[in-house]
Design a protein around this ligand. Structure first.
Ligand SMILES: [Zn+2]
Length: 289
């Protein structure tokens, strides 16, 4: 199954609450996923709003994910780790109330530490936070995002390694970040296939994927671009998803947000129509491909 949505409240949505955002995503855009953003700090969502989002998402089959605040460092000093635990825990508690599948985090920074030591710390602390969530009976999973800068922990190999060691954590495949970090390596089908090959040992039954165009230099992301303005093609990725009938959620993180989410949907539908020869496509149901 394929689900498509955007990161946060759609730009064209007049109401600016997450409640407005999820309703608009379904009723106006006819999309079926949203990643609610707590990125610029943890504003506290009321229980009432969280409950509304849960009920709406269940009744209308919209998948919910949450993005935790950007600044988290599971490889930092004691204070940073404590602060990171607090942010992740609060995000996860709210995510769980909303019935969210994943709470996405940026794992941390190397700082003065070697890659090896950073890895050790991140594995240890990810385990700890997953255990805490388990004790609180939180069903939302921790999602570790692939990161787009050299000094930030989170190459695809590193994220897979953490997830191999912490079975409750899942990778979040931010394709724009992977592309920036390898200085534009995602060009052809094979390049995207390599990514799925890398995550294969994790035996996932679902992939959360972030998509955007990205401006980068020397293996470092500068900023996000509209998908069409970037140099990472999305058709090879769509072909792989369709060929393997992967269960995926594609989240647009482009500055055009929902416009690019709809663009992704059109590209998926085009690819399906090419296969079936029909003039209509239902991207939610891939059973007759
Ligand atoms: Zn992110």
């Amino acid at each position: 199954m394929i689900r498509i949505g955007q990161a946060g409240i759609p730009l064209s949505c007049k109401g600016r609450t997450n409640k407005d955002g999820i309703v608009y995503t379904k009723k106006v855009l006819d999309l079926d996923a949203i990643e609610i953003q707590f990125v610029r700090g943890l504003y506290v969502m009321t229980d009432e709003e969280a409950q509304f989002i849960r009920d709406f998402s269940e009744e209308n089959d919209v998948e919910v994910h949450v993005h935790a605040p950007y600044y988290i460092n599971l490889a930092g000093d004691e204070d940073e780790i404590k602060m990171s635990f607090e942010k992740i825990k609060k995000s996860a508690q709210m995510a769980d109330k909303m019935g969210a599948k994943t709470v996405v985090i940026h794992p941390g920074f190397y700082g003065e530490n070697s890659e090896k030591k950073t890895m050790k710390k991140i594995i240890k602390n990810t385990k700890k936070i997953c255990d805490t969530l388990k004790k609180e009976k939180i069903k939302t999973k921790i999602g570790l995002e692939t990161m787009g800068k050299q000094k930030v922990f989170g190459s695809i190999d590193e994220i897979v390694e953490v997830c191999r060691n912490v079975k409750d954590a899942v990778p979040v495949l931010d394709m724009g970040h992977i592309h920036a970090r390898c200085n534009g390596c995602l060009k052809e089908r094979k390049d995207f296939e390599d990514i799925f090959e890398k995550v294969k040992p994790l035996n996932l039954n679902h992939y959360l994927i972030h998509l955007t165009g990205v401006l980068y230099e020397n293996g470092n992301e500068y900023y996000h671009l509209p998908i069409k303005k970037g140099d990472m093609p999305i058709t090879p990725l769509i072909d792989i998803i369709l060929d393997n009938k992967y269960n995926v959620t594609l989240i647009s993180e482009s500055p055009l947000l929902e416009h690019d989410a709809v663009y992704i949907r059109l590209q998926v539908e085009k690819a399906i129509m090419k296969r079936t020869g029909k003039e209509e496509a239902n991207y939610r149901d891939l059973s007759d491909l």
